[in-house]
Design a protein around this ligand. Structure first.
Ligand code: THU
Length: 160
């Protein structure tokens, strides 16, 4: 029997359609992207997290000459948050990634597979969903209510 899985997301064609708080998070991710260290891929990514205490934590991608030693923006932000605010829930995660060269058209870049798995870990740890937003540099945004929408058939702690 063939079955079908559907995912649900919201699409915004411009930043103005977001709430004021969501726009703050977007701007925090955009400025975090400026500090990305990505000399090898020249693909700059910024990420901003909204914590339950109202703080906004940012991260960006950090590359390395030994390529696999680098880290994505989302995990830089999430791991720092868990290290410094271990009991604070993450409510929202906003990520924006696009080539350093602005003339290269940027598509909406969602979190990579490894970041999806990491985000799932912290949803499981905090026992509540994290809203995920990803934006292109043209101002388009997609939002899901949880990383589970982007990672169906996920493997989590419940199997162990
Ligand atoms: N990257 C991220 O920071 N987040 C993702 O979800 C996808 C990829 C980074 C990793 C690498 O520094 C560059 O983008 C190109 O893959």
């Amino acid at each position: 029997m063939t079955k079908e899985l559907t995912i649900t997301y919201t699409h915004y064609s411009s930043i103005e359609e977001l709430t004021e708080l969501e726009q703050r998070l977007y701007h925090a991710a955009v400025s975090a992207r400026e500090n990305a260290y990505a000399p090898y891929s020249e693909f700059l990514v910024g990420c901003a997290l909204l914590l339950e205490n109202g703080e906004i934590i940012v991260g960006n991608n950090q590359e390395n000459a030994a390529y696999p030693s680098g880290l994505c923006a989302e995990r830089t932000a999430i791991y720092w948050t868990s290290a410094n605010f271990p009991n604070e829930k993450i409510l929202k995660l906003f990520v924006i990634g696009s080539p350093k060269n602005p003339s290269k058209t940027a598509a909406l870049a969602p979190p990579c597979g490894a970041c999806r798995q990491s985000i799932l870990e912290y949803e499981s740890k905090q026992e509540s969903a994290i809203e995920i937003y990803f934006a292109s540099n043209s101002g388009e945004v997609c939002k899901t209510s949880s990383i589970r929408e982007l990672l169906p058939f996920s493997f989590d702690r419940s199997f162990l």
